[in-house]
Design a binder for this molecule. Structure first.
Ligand code: AMP
Length: 212
């Protein structure tokens, strides 16, 4: 099973991918997390990547593709969120490991803005929280490792605007690409995480054709 989650920032790709990967034992490749790990290493590559994320821009195709394909080559089955995000990435992925399902997370802009404003992240283990739907047990502190939670730098208002522009310009054209391949599935990603998760399971397990 090779699945990719595609959608705007804040559509819930990472949260849902983590859950699905745990339940079905599919290796999860989280593109944003891989990039944030690269930044933490503070190498020259890390500094370059940091600059792109800080501006709300996409990391160049050659850099991201190399980082991701290195992981994919080793995995027969995978669930990837946040890749591909451009046509060049999609074409490269198709050559290496064609995906079976491209799940497109559809949410309104109002939902995106509100979810990103509510998102907090642990700078140490990367656990993601939502202050309303999935808050930490102790306010401001990571349940897993006790570190203080932070707002992701690229979740600030001006950067979010830029990320949405980039999403519309560079990532949305992928819909047509995967539609032509017959692997696109639409997901209504509004609503609470449990409801969305049940819909994902129905689509992935082939029990729901209503949104295809
Ligand atoms: P995410 O955590 O998936 O929202 O990704 C955070 C940031 O990482 C994005 O705003 C981009 O700057 C970068 N990024 C993630 N995935 C990709 C990708 N496939 N191609 C280029 N840049 C990416």
């Amino acid at each position: 099973m090779r699945i990719s989650f595609l959608g705007p920032p804040g559509s819930g790709k990472g949260t849902q991918a983590e859950r699905l990967s745990k339940e079905f034992g599919i290796p999860h490749i989280a593109t944003g997390d891989i990039l944030r790990d690269t930044i933490r290493k503070d190498t020259s590559l890390g500094k370059k990547v940091k600059a792109y994320l800080g501006m709300g821009r996409l990391v160049p195709d050659d850099i991201i593709t190399e980082l991701i394909l290195e992981k994919i080559d080793k995995a027969e089955d995978f669930l990837i969120d946040g890749f591909p995000r451009t046509l060049a990435q999609a074409e490269r992925l198709e050559k290496t490991a064609p995906i079976g399902i491209l799940l497109f997370f559809q949410v309104s802009e109002a939902t995106i803005v509100s979810r990103l404003a509510q998102r907090r992240i642990c700078p140490s283990c990367g656990r993601v929280y939502n202050l309303t739907s999935d808050p930490p047990i102790i306010a401001g502190v990571c349940d897993r490792c006790g570190r203080s939670l932070i707002v992701r730098e690229d979740d600030r208002e001006t950067t979010v605007k830029r990320r949405l522009e980039v999403y519309r310009g560079e990532t949305l054209p992928l819909i047509e690409y995967y539609e032509r391949k017959g692997t696109l599935r639409y997901l209504d990603a509004e609503g609470d995480p449990d409801t969305v998760y049940e819909k994902i399971k129905r689509i992935v397990c082939g029990d729901d054709n209503s949104e295809v």
